[in-house]
Design a binder for this molecule. Sequence first.
Ligand code: QV4
Ligand code: CA
Length: 549
Amino acid sequence: MKFLLLLSALGFCRAQYAPNTKPGRTSIVHLFEWRWADIALECERYLGPKGFGGVQVGMAHGVHRGVGGALEQKVSSVSAKLRNCISYALQRVLSLHPNENVIINNPSRPWWERYQPISYKLCTRSGNEDEFRDMVTRCNNVGVHIYVDAVINHMCGNGVSPGTSSTCGSFFNPGSRDFPSVPFSAWDFNDGKCRSPSGDIENYNDAYQVRDCRLVGLLDLALEKDYVRSKVAEYLNHLIDIGVAGFRIDASKHMWPGDMKAILDKLHHLNTTWFPEGSKAFIYQEVIDLGGEPIKSSDYFDNGRVTEFKYGAKLGTVLRKWHGEKMAYLRNWGEGWGFMPSDRALVFVDNHDNQRGHGAGGASILTFWDPRLYKMGVAFMLAHPYGFTRVMSSFRWPRYFVNGKDINDWIGPPNTNGVIKEVTINPDTTCGNDWVCEHRWRQIRNMVMFRNVVDGELFTNWWDNGSNQVAFGRGNKGFIIFNNDDWPLSSYLQTGLPAGTYCDVISGDKIGDKCTGIKIYVSADGKAHFSISNNAEDPFIAIHVESKL
Ligand code: QV4
Ligand code: CA
């Protein structure tokens, strides 16, 4: 029995779809534009220990060192609740781009310069290769794995001037398609293959243009060439060998799934210092499919997971109550809303693009700028079983709307003369220097823990008032209730939980044998009374078996 569990856990570790919906896995966090040195510290001081520590770290640590019989022993010695999670226990995903990019000075150092590669050398504004290696090692050592945002569809923009204005000082010439530090030259690009008049993607209804032409002028790599595939695979393997656990594949819609597969087939197994022998990199592909285009998310399922962009767009619409939507309709959230299968989906409320009007999703997207609704959205996502979840962690910038568009959408991370500022930590555990650190907000951090606790449990005990008051449970492990109506909520509901006194993890924490926030009393029949004012700071309550006194 235990050996079977071990085998299934190993099978899970081998798949590029892992981590998925099995017990013990948790959420991912995108630390957008952070320095490697700050990420290493954050792994050690927060992501590893805070709310995710204890037995899970120990278990992950033990598994990393052993295989075969030793591994089985470790597995058999941990608690039933945690035994399925193996090396993915406690793991947080950090989305980063470590390779050299162009330096853009007009506008001044926009965040998006990182999406214009110059070489595959590991040096950027976030740090050099030594700092990257140090971060990966230190994060892995506290059970926090690193996932790299890989930009492999293109190099820099067609219109960028030649020179050495790049983060490692490498020479490049976009006009002649010359990137000697890789090296790539003219025949490694799709200029001959693209059939749009301008050479740029002009028509998203033409799948050939979308794959073979330039995305906003970015020089499009000829990924059908084995040489180009090999260079890309060499870069990804360099990262895998350092110890990263997987990749977000940027602009996947703009690459042929078969070309991507040929690259993925060249990848090494993960570094056995931290991962079980034979583990495959986790792959999640950025494909924006809101419907209505010939290219579909499902075209990419063979390669790994895919970003589900409908998720944040729809959730924002519901919570904002636009177009007659209401929370009561969330009863069949997930595939019932036309989303991809749960075990293929990477989900998020907002990402680095659509929180500032780039990419897709539109005006409904919830962000930290609307904190009350945002916390409800993230909590709903983390409580709901659908998909593998990513939490966004942003920096603040001076928004300035002209005709409904933020003309400051380009502004890069907090910096001094272009040098990224340190993420400072305030006495109250929030972040300074304009780092928003949504992942440290109590309501979000505690819901990441909620998701760990209820992992693998069924979606149960749905209740709604036909409007915007809804509640649901996860087996007999957790229960959450929202009031997004303009009137108070007062209901006596079945929670599915064992009798006892529970701390609401939204208004406070369980500290020792006390709740710092609201208390909920579950009676012997599993029912509890909830009352939530429509004017509450956070009009929702969440309890789980580990928040029980
Ligand atoms: C400009 C003109 C073009 C012209 C070109 C000529 O707008 O019409 O052809 O010059 O050289 C920046 C500028 C953009 C500029 C381009 C090239 O914003 O105006 O083109 O550079 O110099 C990010 C930003 C982009 C940015 C890009 C590269 O969002 O604004 O472009 O980085 O620096 C689609 C895709 C999806 C994509 C999404 C944004 O299907 O894949 O758009 N999302 C990912 C990333 C995103 C990133 C890219 C892809 C590109 O999440 O952050 O784009 O790597 O939906
Ligand atoms: Ca392409």
